[in-house]
Design a protein around this ligand. Structure first.
Ligand code: CA
Length: 404
């Protein structure tokens, strides 16, 4: 695309709006502005123009400013509330120290398009350039109430520090990186991103959602906003809820049902395990005979477990390890005396079991010894001694509800 054809034909350029949908009320909460140029009787994306590194930043800024004004004019004219997401790369923002953009936004603020409705999207990629200057500029924009979103988060995980520094309002995550079948790795990335978002108070926005699975994933992972072809294509019109491609409320109703069913199933498992252990409690004769007791438990958890042991409330293991190898349960007496109180949540969980007199199921975690993903079911034998039953990954894997 010849940049002069673009810059010389601003009258042939129009903004398109892609709806951003909110998870709370299932309604359109704003639009991301993208550009289109008319080429004879076809409208073409301005993406290649903006992504071309040979196009001078001043050109891009001029075209973007033009699009922005058209977009805000249209939203004002149609009396549309809601947010306006605009894309800017770092070098573009830094043209004239970012003053041109701010002037335009202040002008429209007076016309009634308030600054806090504007979300500037920068990409993580931009952080590689002059982050110091860019960071300062964005913080300066934020003092005006302008919102900041970081686009394509997770594409490069090395920028977590910088995202933290910037404290953006929104993290945009490309749904394309969700792998339907190799979920583990992505789950870990997702976990870190959720944690980061939570820490800095940023909302997650999953974009490029193209199918039901990605929408479900976004919903399940706490995304506050959704965007993508599955919901709505970019359009010259300011599309409303009624015109979205899917009925989000209907979808969410199904997701809620599905998720509730899985949680119910999981709780049922925990209940059954509790009952099994309770049935054996009469055989508990104190820590000195802990091994004799566990020898009775192994049979009942032969399918589920590969390892079990008993600890006291200080985290000290008072039994041997019972370890299943080649379908045989073997004792590892040397593990007796190990202290597990340093493990995350250990004391918290022990005290919960004691206070509520109930079994607990841990989250999924990577086992130190086997490096496999496992979960631990634990149960208070008494006020002072607790049984830990480590569940095999292969068993968990066969029950979807145990992988959640
Ligand atoms: Ca974007």
């Amino acid at each position: 695309m010849d940049p002069f054809d673009v810059i010389g034909n601003l009258h042939n350029i129009k903004p398109v709006f892609q709806p951003v949908i909110g998870a709370i009320d299932h309604d359109v909460i704003g639009y991301e502005v993208l550009g289109r140029i008319q080429d004879e009787d076809r409208w073409k994306s301005l993406g290649p123009f903006f992504q071309d590194e040979d196009v001078p930043e001043e050109f891009k800024e001029e075209v973007d400013q033009h699009l922005l004004k058209l977009a805000m004019d249209e939203m004002l004219e149609m009396e549309k509330d809601g947010m306006l997401f605009i894309n800017r790369n770092a070098s573009q923002l830094l043209v004239n120290d970012g003053e041109a953009l701010l002037e335009t936004l202040l002008l429209y603020d007076q016309k009634g398009f308030h600054l806090n409705r504007v979300v500037i999207e920068v990409t993580e990629h931009d952080f590689d350039e002059d982050f110091e200057t860019l960071g300062h500029l964005l913080l300066y924009y934020k003092t005006y109430g302008i919102q900041v979103a970081v686009d394509h988060v997770g594409a490069k995980s090395s920028n977590i520090d910088r995202i933290r520094q910037l404290e953006p309002h929104i993290l945009k995550i490309d749904s394309g990186i969700i792998r339907k079948h190799n979920g583990d790795e992505f789950q870990d990335v997702m976990f870190s991103l959720s944690m980061l978002a939570h820490r800095i108070g940023a909302a997650l926005l999953f974009e490029n959602i193209e199918d039901d699975f990605q929408l479900y994933f976004a919903w399940k992972n706490g995304s506050r906003y959704y965007q993508g072809y599955y919901l709505a294509y970019p359009s010259f019109d300011l599309v409303e809820k009624e015109s979205l491609a899917v009925d989000l409320s209907e979808k969410v109703k199904r997701y809620v049902h599905r998720q509730r069913t899985l949680i119910e199933e999981r709780l049922l498992f925990v209940r059954q395990w509790e009952e099994k252990v309770k049935g054996l409690l009469v055989k508990w004769e104190g820590p000195k005979k802990a091994d004799t007791f566990i020898a009775e438990v192994t049979d009942l958890f032969d399918e589920e477990s590969f390892r079990m042991f008993v600890c006291n409330g200080e985290g000290q293991q008072v039994s041997a390890n019972f370890r299943k190898r080649d379908s045989e349960w073997q004792m590892e007496p040397h593990k007796k005396g190990s202290n597990w109180a340093f493990r995350p949540y250990f004391l918290e969980n022990v005290m919960r079991m004691k206070a509520w007199n109930t079994g607990l199921l841990s989250d999924l975690y990577s086992d130190i010894e086997t490096k496999e993903m496992v979960r631990t079911f634990s149960f208070p034998l008494t006020d002072t001694h607790f049984l830990f039953i480590d569940l095999r990954y292969a068993y968990l894997y066969n029950h979807e509800c145990l992988l959640q």
